[in-house]
Structures are given as structure tokens and as C-alpha cells.
Design a protein. Structure first.
Length: 255
């Protein structure tokens, strides 16, 4: 008879494991009140601008995270696919890349390129959360780092929700701002197919599956925590040091 302990060790079937991964979508940042406000049309211009400026820090760090995964991966077949993610963001040939598209989104919401590039709006809480993601990829086995990207399973829905709702709610946002979200619809679907295959093929014991689900939760925590920091600053008007100064005195990264 199986005891509770041995039952815990029974691996989930591939279908059950995939379902457990997909079930994590109920904790995606699409459900964060900050995100809901943007989607529902109640976000202010300052809140949208704050989100775009802070999320830029995520955008510029994604290729560093993916380069760390490549650097830790001895499997050429994996690298051959994974390298595409860096090109998607940095650009290649005629494709201007996601970082450039995000800078255009910044301009479309009224932020200059210089404002985004200087990182002057990046809140410490956002910086720490994104840095935790990059550092996890640097120090982990590439398979664990690959699993942490699986929140992208849920990303097409969130990009689509912005394309569906923002133009109606925020007519002041220029049309050229939406290209990033359009571009990611197909890129995220392709990436996640590869990432999911890695997870399903390499996490075969219950312990490995549980670890993968915990890593995915770590990543969900990062995304949620970024929005918590933005909610403090732009909804509750309590950015860091607000009791002392209204200047953005926070550090811009230590290089
Ligand atoms: O707008 C979003 O809500 C959102 C979320 C995520 C995500 O789930 O990590 C990514 C993106 N966008 C995105 O645009 C992107 O390029 C991306 C790469 C990754 C990753 O973990 O490698 N996540 C995401």
C-alpha cells in the first residue's frame, strides 16, 4: 500500500505536469490590481508612464538573462533555439528588435528615449526583482533557468488584452506604441513551445517536477512584486523616501 510519503514521490504524468504548470496562470500578474486598472481603463497617464518606464528595465535585462542561460548550456541544440530570444530583443537584420519597439512605446506614452535609457524612473523594488531574475539565470543550471521563463505561457493573453483595451481607453497613446505587443504575440508562443518541451522532457521525477513548479512560482513572484512597487509609487503616491523628498533619489544600478 502506498504511504503518503511514497505517493508524494510518484511523478505526475506528462499531461498532469503540463496542467500543473498551466494552472499557475491563475497567479499571473494579469490579475494584479495595477494591471487590471490599466486594462479596465482606470489607470492615469502617470500610472501608464510609470509602468512603461519601469518595465523597460525588464526589457533590457531579458537578453542578459538569456545570454546567461546560453553561457551555462553545453547543449548546442538548445542554444541553437534559445539564441533567437536575444535576437528578438536586440534586433537582427531588418528587425529592429523588442528594446527599440519598447522605446517607441515610451515615446507613444509621452516619455523621451533619454528618460527610459537613463533608468531614472526605475524604482528600487522593480530593479531588485528584475536583478533577482537575471542572477537566478546566472547561477542556476540552464534547465532551471529555462523553466523560469515559462510565465511566457500566459504572456500572449496579456499582450492581446492591451491591444484590445488600451486604444479605446487611452486615445492619447500613439498607434506606433503597440508594435511591441503585436510582435510578442507570435514570439512568445514560439518560445514557450520550446521552453515547455524542455520542462516536460527533463523534469521526470516528482522532486524535479515540484522544483520546476516552485521555480515558476519564483518567477510569478518577481512579476507580481514589480507591480507592487509600481502600485506603491503611482497609485498610493508612496514612492521610496516620499516622507523625506519628492525627488527620485534612488540609485540607477551599480553597474
Ligand atoms: O508584458 C508582459 O506581461 C510580459 C510578461 C513576460 C513574462 O511573463 O515573463 C514577458 C514579457 N512580457 C515579454 O514581453 C518578454 O519578452 C518576456 C521574456 C520573458 C522571459 O522570461 O524570458 N518573459 C517575458
Amino acid at each position: 500500500m502506498a504511504t503518503a510519503a511514497t505517493e508524494r514521490q510518484t511523478p505526475l504524468s506528462t499531461q498532469e505536469f503540463e496542467q500543473a504548470i498551466r494552472d499557475k496562470g491563475r497567479l499571473y500578474h494579469i490579475h494584479h490590481p495595477y494591471h487590471r486598472a490599466m486594462y479596465e481603463g482606470s489607470a492615469t497617464r502617470e500610472q501608464i508612464q510609470g509602468w512603461v518606464a519601469n518595465r523597460f528595465y525588464y526589457q533590457v535585462n531579458i537578453p542578459l538573462k538569456d545570454a546567461a542561460i546560453l553561457a551555462n548550456c553545453a547543449d548546442a541544440q538548445v542554444r541553437k533555439h534559445w539564441v533567437q530570444r536575444i535576437l528578438d530583443h536586440d534586433g537582427y537584420g531588418e528587425d529592429e528588435g523588442g528594446i527599440e519597439a519598447w522605446l517607441r512605446l515610451g515615446e507613444a506614452v509621452g516619455l523621451s528615449r533619454g528618460e527610459l535609457l537613463s533608468q531614472e524612473h526605475v524604482l528600487p523594488g522593480v530593479r531588485f526583482a528584475v536583478d533577482a531574475y537575471v542572477n537566478f539565470a546566472r547561477r542556476s543550471h540552464w534547465r532551471d533557468a529555462a523553466v523560469s521563463s515559462l510565465t511566457e505561457l500566459f504572456a500572449p493573453a496579456i499582450h492581446q488584452s492591451r491591444l484590445d483595451s488600451w486604444p479605446g481607453h487611452y486615445p492619447w497613446i500613439g498607434e506606433e506604441g503597440y508594435q511591441y505587443f503585436r510582435k510578442r504575440l507570435s514570439e512568445a508562443r514560439r518560445d514557450v513551445e520550446h521552453g515547455l518541451r524542455i520542462a516536460l522532457e527533463t523534469c521526470t521525477t516528482r522532486a524535479e517536477q515540484d522544483r520546476a513548479l516552485n521555480i515558476l512560482q519564483f518567477k510569478l513572484d518577481i512579476l507580481w512584486t514589480m507591480l507592487d512597487a509600481m502600485a506603491m509609487a503611482y497609485e498610493l503616491q508612496r514612492p521610496p523616501y516620499h516622507t523625506v523628498t519628492d525627488q527620485r533619489v534612488y540609485h540607477r544600478g551599480l553597474g
